[in-house]
Design a binder for this molecule. Structure first.
Ligand code: ATP
Length: 243
């Protein structure tokens, strides 16, 4: 079921706060405008009506399924594959949740988990894609941003057409993920890893570690080679920057 609204604070917040009843369907909420679009750790996601596509999808896991690991990487992979199919070259993934084209950020992903009273688990997967940034777009705290118009060198598909392609790709990858977990998709993610074998800094709230990005493990955790050996980093509250 797809609901397309004129505006809301954040599509992720709406689905988290008012999850639709479980009718066996996948629920998708698309907003023309978000007044308080969110990224991770209280960051803002900016969007511009026709210039962006912002939506969230509620995905329910089978009862008793393990806590999903690597889900934001799976969502990023779905976005990457969709835009590759449109003909975009140079699509890369930045752990844990960004989609880059030629090193610039084209889309962001925010995955939040929603536990239910009966102990089943759902995930709200929020995706924001830049279709055409306004010329005066000012995006805070970010080096490079891009949009589909620039990446394709021609007008992007209409938003409903792009949404349909994205949902088909997400459904296919989430089905694989539900059956076989992240290991089934790890190779596809690593092929697009923007920082494979490159020096990076991982910063948390209090500390930072520098090392070489080796890839991801079977849970989607980042593997970092530091002077102390190989460290495994969970997505939680850390950010990656190239060194
Ligand atoms: P980063 O992408 O800087 O490594 P992050 O992964 O923690 O950080 P997210 O939570 O994914 O960031 O996204 C929020 C950040 O994305 C914002 O702080 C801002 O810098 C940037 N941003 C906000 N809106 C857009 C947009 N439309 N296009 C590209 N980047 C954006």
């Amino acid at each position: 079921a797809i609901e397309w609204v004129d505006s809301c604070a954040s599509t992720n917040s709406s689905l988290m706060e008012h999850p639709p009843a479980d009718d066996g369907k996948v629920h998708v909420l698309v907003a023309e405008r978000q007044s308080a679009g969110r990224g991770r750790r209280g960051r803002q996601w900016q969007s511009w009506a026709e210039g962006s596509l912002t939506f969230s999808l509620l995905w329910r896991f089978a009862p008793g399924a393990p806590v999903p690991a690597g889900l934001s990487l799976v969502a990023g992979l779905a976005v990457a594959r969709t835009i590759e199919q449109l003909g975009v070259l140079g699509v890369q993934l930045k752990w844990p949740n960004d989609v880059l084209v030629n090193g610039e950020k084209l889309a962001g992903i925010l995955v939040e988990l929603l536990p239910a009273r009966d102990r089943s688990l759902s995930a709200v997967i929020g995706i924001g894609i830049n279709l055409q940034l306004p010329p005066d777009a000012h995006i805070e705290h970010h080096a490079g941003v891009t949009d589909l118009m620039r990446a394709l060198e021609h007008a992007p598909p209409s938003r409903p057409a792009l949404l349909a392609r994205l949902l088909a790709e997400l459904q296919a990858l989430l089905d694989t993920y539900a059956l076989a977990g992240f290991p089934a998709l790890r190779g596809a993610w690593e092929q697009r890893n923007a920082f494979a074998e490159l020096p990076v800094r991982i910063s948390g709230e209090r500390d930072a570690s520098d090392g070489i990005c080796l890839g991801v493990d079977e849970d989607g955790a980042l593997l970092l080679r530091t002077s102390d050996g190989v460290t495994r980093i969970l997505a939680g509250d850390v950010s990656l920057r190239p060194l």
